[in-house]
Design a protein around this ligand. Structure first.
Ligand SMILES: NC(=O)c1ccc[n+]([C@@H]2O[C@H](COP(=O)([O-])OP(=O)(O)OC[C@H]3O[C@@H](n4cnc5c(N)ncnc54)[C@H](OP(=O)(O)O)[C@@H]3O)[C@@H](O)[C@H]2O)c1
Length: 253
């Protein structure tokens, strides 16, 4: 089947990496279904892609709402690619004082949200005969750092979901790809983490010559998704050159 008729679902497509991935996959020939809670933003992007002659639709969805996720899955004619991108961090407090509510929220969106959408779309992905599940974890899913435990725990959960699913469905026509980005300067990620505090958000990237952009990660996702069907890119860890590890970043300050 040509990619022109294939459908790719992107969660969290209203900003950052998800929006850039929706663009890249639409440019690669997929019909892209953009989902996120902010309907206006995904509708605007779908309209922009449509005006450029690409194929896109918008569907407002909170991935933590299982009934809504099931209704969304039932609304699709087909699904060939699922990009589980919805997620993020809340707070950067030490374990001693971190807010359990933040930990719960991060687990709900990054892990349970990914579980909901993956479970709901797996039958369609399998029925496609050539399905792909992408899980956006993070380098936080591969190593911890001070102040990061809640997010690190959640992204470890997302990583384990991807690794385990790959074991469980081997032999079925569905690939499972984990993309683990390091530092990516997106408009909202750090602002959300620090609850709108622009100064704290800016410090994350202070002096770093070139943090990754949303499009750098989208390019990586689109590359992994568009490999031949028998090629499963299990895991890609992608960092800017200035970041050697979660705790070793070169800053020109
Ligand atoms: N930026 C980084 O440095 C970095 C590094 C590694 C991994 N990541 C991961 O990459 C993904 C995208 O990050 P980003 O930097 O592009 O952040 P972002 O701009 O803050 O995007 C997060 C997206 O998730 C959506 N979202 C949040 N909660 C949701 C929910 N309950 N249901 C549905 N959608 C929800 C948001 O849309 P709505 O608010 O409209 O729902 C938004 O589109 C996240 O999983 C993040 O953890 C980011």
């Amino acid at each position: 089947m040509s990619t022109a008729t294939r459908t790719a679902v992107v969660t969290g497509a209203s900003s950052g990496i998800g929006a850039a991935t929706a663009r890249r996959l639409a440019e690669a020939g997929y019909h892209v279904v953009l989902t996120a809670r902010r309907k206006d933003r995904i509708e605007d992007l779908a309209a922009e892609l449509g005006a450029a002659g690409l194929s896109a639709a918008a569907y407002a969805l909170d991935v933590t709402d299982r009934a809504a996720v099931d209704a969304f899955a039932a609304s699709l004619d087909r699904c060939d690619v699922l990009v589980n991108n919805a997620g993020g961090a809340l707070g950067a407090d030490p374990v001693a004082t971190g807010d359990p509510a933040d930990w719960r929220t991060m687990y709900e969106v990054n892990v349970i949200g990914t579980l909901h959408v993956t479970q709901a779309l797996l039958p369609a992905l399998t029925a496609s005969g050539d399905g792909t599940v992408v899980v956006l974890s993070s380098t936080a899913g591969h190593g911890t750092y001070e102040g990061g435990a809640g997010y690190v725990a959640a992204k470890n959960g997302a990583r384990v979901l991807a690794e385990t699913l790959r074991l469980e469905i081997v032999g079925q026509p569905v690939r499972v790809i984990e993309i683990a980005p390091g530092m990516v300067r997106t408009e909202e990620f750090a602002k959300t983490r620090f609850r709108g505090d622009e100064e704290k958000a800016a410090k994350v990237y202070a002096g770093v010559a070139e943090p990754l952009t949303a499009d750098d990660v989208a390019d990586t996702i689109a590359w992994a998704v568009t490999r031949p069907s028998h090629v499963n890119i299990d895991l890609l860890v992608v960092r800017p050159r200035a970041q050697a590890s979660n705790t070793k970043v070169h800053r020109d300050l």
